[in-house]
Ligand binder design. Sequence first.
Ligand code: PLP
Length: 387
Amino acid sequence: MSLPENQGFNTRAVHAGQAFEPRTGAVVPPLHFSSTYAQDGIGGLRAGYEYGRGGNPTRDALQEQLAALERGTHAYSFSSGLAAEDSLIRALTRPGDHIVLGNDAYGGTYRLISRVLGDWGIGNTPVDMANLDAVRQAVEANNTRLLWVETPSNPMMKITDIAALAEIAHGAGILLVVDNTFASPYLQTPLDLGADVVVHSTTKYIGGHSDVVGGALVVKDAELAEKIGFVQFAVGAVSGPMDAFLTTRGLKTLGVRMDRHSDNGQAVAEWLLGRPEVEAVLYPGLPDHPGHELARKQMRKFGGMVSVQFKGGEAAARKVAESTSVFTLAESLGGIESLMNYPSEMTHASVKGTELAVPVNLLRLSCGIEDAEDLIADLERAFATLR
Ligand SMILES: *Cc1c(COP(=O)(O)O)cnc(C)c1O
């Protein structure tokens, strides 16, 4: 079933790539586990399927759904967000090339670029993406191939102007990559703002239920698509059928989940703002957040991620992190259940001591879809342990 171009996000989320199965009429497309496909004579493929690394109907259904939601033409699904990033960088760079990335990039992204791909001859310069002159200079001073940004960023919640970065990248003849994991395509579609590639850890909001690890790349250019598709096939870091199925199932409800995540994020951020124990609340939905106006322009809502810094320093942050019961102390984010993370020792431990290091008095909250009053009551109880 081909869908009209102009359908709304939620309609595309439910239907893109999800036509019923023609033989039985099964409304949910079947999960295809087969690793190989019978040929009607040598080379006689039935629906283009030959071998599971090269193509699988369940993975294709997810890829079609992802492309429709990110407003791209092609999407590629991988076994993790970092597998997607690795395949992207290997598809688009060669030894001697350079990547300019945000100085608050996800720790794992920086680790991949600096400690794995660095040894294969890929250079990098982390810069403050809010400082457009610094970005331009870093791009020009190096043999830069990719400009890489996360917005909102993890965990500092900085907002970067995607359209302005696209202009810088294209002025220099290079590509803009946006890691859209925090916003998800419901809140923000970077390809519409000029980005060339969207990266996702689908482990987070897209899967949405903390039960599957995965990653994705989405593009709107046939030549780029071919390069990425070749590496996906030739390297083989693909998502398995069960992972693809779970991710598709999560993606169908992304819009309704993001509305609730955003409402809860806003409620929690506003509550934190009024607390005497708090030094700073980092949430783009607050009017005094430095990226608030920009976020209003390029995002539909502000999402469920809230970072908070404590006046009581590291000790206070650690105490609160270990005192909640609705918020679970765990890595990751974007699931229906609320999670609390102490980035300095958990998600971002790998960038400790580098210029990407995270403040030690900071906690990152992933607000789930529970009732906001219960999230706030949980924080209230945890804050009471500070007295
Ligand atoms: C988690 C995450 C990644 C890495 O994805 P994995 O699925 O864990 O490999 C990349 N970028 C961001 C912003 C993330 O939060």
